[in-house]
Design a protein around this ligand. Structure first.
Ligand code: C2O
Ligand code: CU
Ligand code: CU
Length: 483
């Protein structure tokens, strides 16, 4: 069946269904709850160049030794496909943002200027700044103002990202284009024989969906139903480009995957059954690579994968989402490798798992929906209310339950966690590393173990929330202090 036709039929079918019911998992086949009337603009033919966002390493302040980054949040316009022009937002550009490249131990000085014409914030998702530098909803940047975020990079090598976090308007600002990667390097990772040359054998892959009109333009708006189901688009972008092709060398190639979508859950795979090794998730290297043929990612999650293309010179592969049946980009293995890499069988020996026996308490987070609202522990985000008080350095179990029949996930600021169980069973190897965001399919439960190592600063709580941005904006978020 013609895929465009399939998508159109499927989207219409779901929209019809949505009138009578707000249920459904949102992660089945087809367009997964999209109410778009328009067919996907992904064609399965890859004619545009892959866009690797420019890397920004900062300038070293000769007096302080700090690394200074100047980030300008600005508006712009862009044509994605066809003749339609979209009003966009970007950082130091029209859409998306440069990849910030930092090293463990760096003292960062991030000067963030807001030229958006509206209030914003800029959050370093997965980073470990003190709470007043976190860029959450309390660190508002008014139009025309510059916010200086200064902090020391104090975490292992990992693929993180940055995006706005103003309460109530995060979804619209991210959708307009405000998102970028933030990569941390450290000595442990640098010593490994992994693909690590940016834009040569190490590529950021920011996957987003947009609800495009036939002319390739889009604008953010949500119906009540989309607020509940999450805004899903008909067309997939990779680093801001529809249907890109990437020329790669015939060697191991590393992709730093980020689901930067507002709400869509993906299940990625490569054509021809080509497998890959998962080497890292949100908070860095796994103990050992995990061989996979597909990986599920909910919004905000990251995964670093290595694909071995050594024997594939002259071949092409597509990188696909099996939830929609859409091919997102093409790999064209058209260059002989100059230098080979061999991903080691042991990646990290520094991961010390927290043990259930070390936990002194369990804290429940119930993700629920009802009467057209979204809740965590039956509450909605209130900027004036501290929902939880954590004890510094205490080890706890987070018992996170999705009691609804729709997709959610759970992200926490200022700390990372490890999964103990998923639906009562041991987590799969691909979820075994250090995480800051975890997927909760309908009616599911995870137990995670966590230690809060960073005390909060006055008037600057950290957040926890569902990273489906429509849910977050609708109040599926809470605040905590660490004392
Ligand atoms: Cu990616 Cu609280 O956010
Ligand atoms: Cu975050
Ligand atoms: Cu949610």
């Amino acid at each position: 069946m013609d895929r465009r036709l399939f998508l159109k039929t499927s989207a219409t079918g779901l929209a019809g269904l949505a009138i009578t019911s707000c249920g459904g998992s949102g992660n089945g086949g087809g367009m997964g709850g999209s109410s778009s009337a328009n067919p996907s603009l992904n064609t399965g033919v890859f004619t545009r160049a892959f866009n690797t966002p420019p890397e920004l390493v900062g300038t070293v302040d000769l007096v302080t030794g700090n690394k200074v980054f100047n980030l300008n949040m600005q508006t712009g316009t862009k044509q994605f496909t066809g003749q339609g022009t979209t009003q966009t937002m970007g950082i130091n550009g029209n859409f998306l943002a440069p990849t910030l490249r930092v090293t463990k131990g760096d003292v960062l000085n991030l000067n963030v200027t807001n030229q958006l014409g509206q209030e914003t914030t800029l959050h370093w998702h997965g980073m470990r700044p003190p709470s007043d530098m976190d860029g959450g909803p309390h660190q508002k940047i008014l139009h025309g103002a510059t916010w200086n975020a200064a902090y020391t990079v104090n975490q292992r090598a990992s693929t993180n990202w940055y995006h706005p976090h103003p309460h109530g308007t995060t979804a619209a600002q991210v959708y307009a284009g405000l998102a970028g990667m933030m990569i941390v390097d450290d000595a442990e990772t640098a010593a490994l024989d992994l693909p690590k040359t940016y834009d040569t054998d190490d590529f950021p892959v920011i996957v987003q969906d947009r609800d495009m009109n036939a002319d390739g333009s889009f604008a953010y708006s949500v119906t009540r139903m989309e607020t509940m189901q999450g805004k899903k688009g008909n067309t997939m972008l990779v680093n801001g480009v529809v249907d890109p092709v990437l020329d790669v060398p015939a060697k191991e190639v590393r992709f730093r995957l980020l689901n930067g979508s507002n709400s869509r859950i993906y299940n990625f795979n490569l054509s021809g059954g080509l497998g890959f090794k998962l080497i890292a998730n949100e908070q860095g290297l796994l103990a050992a690579p995990v061989s996979l043929t597909s990986i599920t990612m909910s919004p905000g999650e990251r995964a670093e994968i290595v694909v071995d293309l050594t024997a594939q010179l002259g071949n092409r592969f597509t990188f696909n989402d099996s939830n929609t049946g859409i091919a997102l980009f093409q790999l064209n293995v058209n260059q002989a490798a100059t230098v080979a890499t061999t991903t080691p069988a042991i990646l990290s020996t520094t991961l010390v798992p927290l043990l259930r026996s070390q936990a002194v308490r369990t804290r429940q987070f119930i993700l629920s929906m009802g009467q057209g609202n979204v809740y965590i522990n039956n509450k909605q985000m209130n900027m004036a209310v501290i929902d939880e008080v954590m004890t510094l350095n205490q080890i706890e179990i987070l018992d996170i339950q999705n009691t609804s029949n729709m997709d959610h996930n759970f992200h926490i600021h200022g700390a990372h966690f490890q999964l103990l169980t998923r639906n009562g069973a041991a987590p799969k190897a691909f979820e075994a590393g250090l995480k800051d965001t975890v997927y909760l399919p309908p009616n599911s439960r995870v137990e995670a173990i966590i230690q809060f190592k960073q005390a909060t600063i006055a008037n600057a709580p950290y957040m926890y929330h569902c990273h489906i941005l429509e849910h977050e904006d609708a109040g599926m978020m809470g605040q905590f202090t660490v004392v």
